[in-house]
Design a protein around this ligand. Structure first.
Ligand code: ATP
Ligand code: MG
Length: 421
């Protein structure tokens, strides 16, 4: 039997209702902060990612799904959404003399080792802002994400922040870091030895527990920041304090992508093992120019939806079960039932009613009604056809069965819709 590709999973109907709850909360909160949705293609030219993410990052070095199409062009399935969003904003003339607050969602593709919370196709909701250079927008992004955790009942995520300063700051720091790690070469794992001269800051991001002490004692980027970056970071901290958002400054937080500058942040959980980052972002003031646009300050973040799903699935209660399951006895009842259900759905927007299809005994239909999770069973048999009524049986309460006219039924079900929806 042909199976799904390793690291790419199906999201089955027992899970999608939870995704809907999460997605609806995200849409509601993004709208509340004035963010608009951007949709871009899943495929982009390979160069876009190589140029924006950086040639010596894990993503570009070994995680991208890259192939030649039938014209021989090198294309890549997007590993993240920022590059495509920036490309689209430049291409659609959305950045010149304007500010933007945008978001997007969809699958991302990275060829990494699959494990819980780490897949080869996964989903992100990304948020990007353009044209705002101050720490106020950094704070807004953090407050927005905090509102989302609150809306989903997640109270145990922790916020880590850091400043990466400018690329000039990092160039000076990079030399200090290479000196330090070179002096401890034998303590570096193979990955870090490789990164020592290509991308030494990434060593700070290593998840290898054996290297944490060495990393903890490394020189700190904060000692090499320029005055403006320091003031920016202080400005962010002032807002977070006033807004009573708890945070820790993590000097080793450098983020995996090359394009960040100044503020970076991550929301973390201790419930998903090494896959601890649920949401990550920061400022990327040079990326727009780097991709051919006019210099435009920018900041954003991305949420890992599978990780969020794992954390939230026991906390939220999706409202997806049918209100009513319609049981029909005999071919005339099937027709009457179909027409009645159509009328009910039109008269009661939001009503979820499932028609029984496929025949079968009353007993087996009642079993299906029960299994569907519906609140009531509506029954049409010979008696109901001749009296022009519908029998209503409460499946979750100990109440006697009733017969109702269409008007009475609409009235009764309207209570269910407003109570349950
Ligand atoms: P990690 O350090 O866990 O590899 P990252 O720094 O590569 O994460 P980003 O590129 O910042 O991640 O992506 C933002 C978020 O997307 C992450 O915080 C995480 O929640 C999620 N994410 C990243 N890679 C994966 C993956 N392979 N599977 C599932 N979720 C992922
Ligand atoms: Mg990664």
């Amino acid at each position: 039997m042909i199976q799904a590709i390793r690291g790419m999973k199906d999201i089955t109907p027992d899970e999608t209702p939870y995704w809907h709850v999460i997605e609806e909360a995200i849409r509601r909160i993004l709208a509340a902060y004035g963010y608009c949705e951007m949709r871009t293609p899943l495929l982009e030219q390979t160069d876009l990612f190589a140029r924006s993410i950086g040639e010596v990052t894990d993503i570009v070095e070994k995680e991208m799904y890259t192939f030649s199409d039938r014209n021989g062009d090198s294309l890549t399935l997007r590993p993240e959404g920022t590059a495509g969003c920036v490309r689209a904003c430049i291409e659609n003339g959305m950045l010149h003399n304007q500010t933007q607050r945008l978001w997007y969602t969809g699958p991302m593709f990275r060829h990494e080792r699959p494990q819980k919370g780490r897949y080869r196709q996964f989903h992100q909701v990304g948020v990007e802002t353009f044209g705002f250079s101050g720490p106020d927008i950094d704070a807004e992004l953090i407050l927005l994400s905090a509102s989302l955790w609150q809306a989903l009942g997640l109270y145990d995520l922790t916020l880590e922040i850091n400043s990466l300063g400018t690329s000039e700051n990092r160039a000076v720091y990079r030399d200090k870091l290479v000196d330090y790690f070179s002096a401890h070469l034998q303590q570096l794992d193979a990955d870090s030895q490789r990164r020592l001269h290509t991308n030494p800051l990434r060593i700070l991001d290593s998840k290898n527990p054996d290297m944490q002490a060495l990393i903890g004692d490394a020189p700190k980027l904060s000692d090499y920041l320029d005055e403006e970056s320091k003031a920016h970071f202080a400005g962010l901290i002032r807002i977070l304090e006033q807004a009573q958002i708890s945070y820790t400054v993590n000097p080793c937080l450098v983020r995996g992508l090359d394009y960040y500058s100044k503020t970076v942040f991550e929301w973390k959980t201790d419930k998903l093992g090494a896959q601890s980052a649920v949401c990550a972002g920061g400022r990327f003031d040079t990326l727009v120019e780097h991709l051919g646009g006019k210099p435009t300050p920018a900041a954003g973040f991305a949420i890992g939806m599978e990780r969020l799903f794992e954390l939230v699935k026991d906390l939220v209660e999706p409202k997806h079960l049918p209100h009513a399951y319609l049981i029909v006895d005999g071919s005339d009842a099937v027709i009457k039932g179909m027409i009645l259900a159509e009328t009910l759905r039109k008269r009661l927007p939001g009503l979820r009613v499932v028609n029984h299809c496929g025949g079968g005994s009353l007993k087996s239909q009642f079993k299906k009604a029960d299994k569907s999770g519906a609140t009531v069973a509506l029954i049409i048999g010979e008696d109901e056809l001749s009296s022009e009524t519908t029998a209503v049986k409460y499946l979750r309460e100990d109440k006697p069965q009733e017969h109702m006219s269409e008007e009475e039924l609409v009235n009764q079900l309207s209570n269910l819709v407003s109570n349950i929806r």
